[in-house]
Write a protein that binds this ligand. Structure first.
Ligand code: SF4
Ligand code: SF4
Length: 163
């Protein structure tokens, strides 16, 4: 893509976290074509769903190296309409989103976008959390693409409606 200043390098974490329908690859399992430290063995011929994915770290020239997903064990995934930032954890490290510097960055982004209709979510396996400025809400086993509505009451208590 024009203007991109970063490369994935030895990362490859998205090749574990996401399912790839064209390859019948399930989520949370390394792709058979991934080579540790060397990337995709079929890069010129990789499926369309692989070609179409770029994580937030890769797209954002300002995001420091320490946020590269193989360092944090978290792939930052911005949905196409820009309303959900999803911190997708390596299932082997389901609490990775709670570690700094990732956690502080997620909280700062939640605070910056609070009340604008944007959602900041963390996902590990089938478990989903809403990250709000003052608290994190465990939604249990919820698809992060499901309808999720956060309501803040006058006393500051928040509730989350799913579905
Ligand atoms: S998670 Fe991001 S940096 Fe890592 S391989 Fe995928 S697109 Fe590249
Ligand atoms: S085909 Fe290549 S880019 Fe796609 S998941 Fe497998 S290793 Fe990653």
């Amino acid at each position: 893509m024009a203007g991109r200043t970063k490369v994935c390098g030895p990362c490859g974490l998205c090749c574990k976290i996401f399912a790839v329908e064209e390859l019948q690859k399930p989520m949370a399992a390394w792709c058979v074509h991934h080579r540790a430290g060397a990337g995709c063995a079929i890069h010129p011929d990789r499926p369309a769903s692989c070609r179409s994915f770029d994580c937030v770290w890769l797209m954002d020239p300002e995001m420091p190296h320490r946020f590269r997903p193989d360092q944090t064990r978290v792939v930052l995934d911005q949905d196409p309409d820009g309303t959900r930032l999803i911190a997708r954890c390596d299932p082997a490290n389901p609490q990775a989103w709670r570690r700094n510097p990732m956690y502080a960055a997620l909280k700062a982004y939640a605070a910056k976008t609070w009340g604008t209709g944007k959602l900041v979510l963390a996902v590990a396996g089938r478990q989903t959390w809403v990250i709000a400025p003052a608290e994190d809400v465990d939604l249990g086993e919820v698809d992060p693409s499901a309808g999720i509505r956060v309501v803040e009451r006058a006393n500051g208590v928040i509730s989350v409606e799913v579905g």
